[in-house]
Design a protein around this ligand. Sequence first.
Ligand code: SF4
Length: 88
Amino acid sequence: MNKEELRNAWEQFTDNNDFRINPDKKHVDLIIKGVLENEKRHGLKLCPCQVRDGTRQRDLELICPCNFKIQETWKSKGMCWCGLFVKR
Ligand code: SF4
């Protein structure tokens, strides 16, 4: 999957939802880069801003998009931990 394909997949994920992709394109580009690097390195599209602990369970929790609505940043700032998805 390349950069544009990943962006499109995330756009579709936000359709009809109460969140959208951060309008700051440069920020989103950095996250895309990190996710694709993690995919090359670890075989999974892992979050570039959360810490792995080496377990399969943790890796599964970190596949982007993660379950970001349980995160403190969602409640306090209306965004996922990395600021990829923001409340509409
Ligand atoms: S915090 Fe945001 S960028 Fe990171 S995995 Fe979750 S949804 Fe993706």
